[in-house]
Design a protein around this ligand. Structure first.
Ligand code: ADP
Length: 489
């Protein structure tokens, strides 16, 4: 996986193992919820502690305020000294301060004895006189204050005074801090375990890919028969089957290339062997007559022609195989082209007593490569003559619709048995080797024809019955549209 970064303005690219992002991902998945949980727990722990302390102080204050109401504490004449002692004790217990304020906001009791006689007008006091008791937390100053009403001991139950208790929250904070510290240590340990677990998980997750890589390593070393299958994940299974298919295709290509090379060698060797035999027999003969020399030399010359035809055909095929090979497309009168081919082949047809019939259903003009298409049609008509019977016929029909033109080459010849029909377009494939050889065939004609037609984005169809003749029909678009050619070999 490429990782991009910037170091002093220079862009760098590095490939890192898949384990790294996986490891980080697992770490993040584990760490973030843990971090949030610890923050929330810490916060609520602190709040609960404070709420608990406020409640505790409030309860104490309510108890004492009830007592103060009962004994009429707010009445200056009947103030009970024992209540003062109780107030001091309670303030000491929760380590705070209690101030009692009367209706004139005057402090009548301060457990710190600092504000007695002074005026105390605080928000919570005013609110308490209005009937709303409550507490106020000063987080920054680490204390809270709460106010509790003190009622008079008359029937009306008027609020005669307010009891204000303030207490520090500092000890609570420091306790929470200690708990936090312990939690942080626990988090640190958990993080360590998490990191370790992430690494292990990342390694385990990547394992199927590692296994696949190992198998591919063996394939790379040449063991092509290796079964490539890693089905731990759907993805690795798909990759395995894609690689297996690719290797199968490569093996097929390799096989067909070997076959082709062996065919080429064989085909090229055959005329040379004949030449050698002819030359050797001539050389071994003493006083051979001139006629015999002439006859042998003619045979040698025929074999040379055959050899050069094979080489020419091979070269045209190889040239067409190259992806860069382009068609020289021109707008052409197809009727003229077909007629020209037939004119050229008429002497051979005549020699074999085969009637050549041309039928043009309509005038056709199309975008084609003249040389290549001419070669393709020529091969079909020539085959129809070559593989015909005595006094047979060949009918070439040209037709078109709004999209394609069609050249149909039908003959009254020997036909092609059904089992061979799918093979005749293969290189060097011949149904009857002897006949092909006798007629000067190379076994490459139909392969060239098919290639040319496919290059024109057309198609070729064969209908034949053994002993009853064959019909080859080619279909080519009238307008050539350039697009990547299909694999045609
Ligand atoms: P060749 O050079 O041998 O003619 P082709 O590739 O042109 O090679 O044809 C392959 C084989 O297909 C031929 O050897 C022949 O057996 C068969 N074939 C081709 N055209 C015809 C046809 N019109 N009638 C019968 N057989 C044919």
């Amino acid at each position: 996986m490429p990782v991009l970064g910037w170091v002093k303005g220079i862009r760098w690219k590095r490939t890192v193992s898949m384990k790294v992002p996986l490891c980080l991902l697992f770490l993040m998945i584990g760490f973030f919820p843990m971090y949030i949980l610890s923050k929330v727990t810490d916060q609520s722990f602190r709040q609960t502690q404070i709420d608990f302390r406020v409640m505790e102080v409030q309860n104490q204050c309510l108890i004492i305020s009830n007592k103060m109401s009962r004994v009429g504490y707010m009445n200056e004449d009947s103030r009970d000294q024992t209540v003062d002692v109780e107030l001091d004790t309670i303030a000491d217990i929760f380590n705070g301060r209690i101030v009692v304020v009367n209706r004139n906001f005057k402090v009548i009791k301060d457990t710190f004895r600092l504000a007695e006689g002074r005026t105390h007008v605080a928000e919570e006091v005013i609110r308490c006189f209005q009937g709303e008791s409550g507490s106020r937390l000063e987080k920054d100053k680490h204390y809270f204050a709460l106010a509790v009403p003190v009622y008079g001991n008359t029937e009306e139950k008027n609020i005669e005074g307010v009891l204000v208790a303030t207490a520090s929250t500092e000890n609570l904070t420091s306790m929470a801090e200690k708990v936090s510290e312990k939690a942080a240590f626990f988090q640190l340990v958990t993080c360590g375990i998490l990191a370790l677990a992430s690494v292990v998980l990342a390694v385990v997750t990547v394992q199927p890919f590692v296994r696949l890589k190992k198998i591919l390593g063996r394939v790379e070393e040449g063991s092509l028969e290796q079964v490539i299958l890693e089905d731990a994940y759907k993805e690795t299974k798909e990759i395995s089957s894609a690689i297996q298919n690719t290797i199968h295709k490569l093996k097929t290509i390799d096989q067909s290339r070997d076959e082709f090379v062996s065919n080429v060698s064989h085909e090229l060797k055959t005329p040379i062997t004949s030449i050698r035999v002819l030359a050797d027999s001539l050389m071994s003969m003493e006083d051979a007559p001139v006629e015999l020399y002439q006859e042998f030399m003619t045979d040698i010359s025929d074999e040379i022609d055959r050899e050069s035809k094979i080489i020419d055909d091979l070269l045209s095929l190889v040239k067409m195989d190259k992806a860069v090979e382009e068609l020289n497309i021109v707008q052409l009168d197809i009727n003229g082209l077909v007629q020209q081919i037939m004119k050229r082949l008429r002497p051979i047809a005549r020699k074999r007593n085969v009637e050549l019939i041309y039928e043009s259903i309509r005038e056709v003009t199309a975008d084609v490569d003249e040389v290549k298409l001419s070669l393709a049609v020529n091969n079909l008509v020539e085959n129809a003559i070559k593989y015909n019977v005595e006094n047979g016929w060949v009918r070439v029909t040209l037709d078109a619709d709004h999209q394609f033109f069609y050249v149909k080459v039908a003959d009254s010849g020997i036909g092609i048995p059904e089992e061979y029909q799918s093979h005749v377009f293969e290189r060097f494939y011949r149904v009857d080797k002897a006949r092909s050889r006798e007629t000067g065939g190379t076994g490459l004609g139909l392969a060239i024809t098919r290639k040319v037609i496919l290059m024109h984005h057309g198609a070729v169809r064969l209908v034949s019955k053994d002993g009853e003749g064959s019909t080859f029909t080619i279909r080519i678009p009238l307008n050539y549209i350039s697009r990547p050619a299909e694999r045609t070999s």
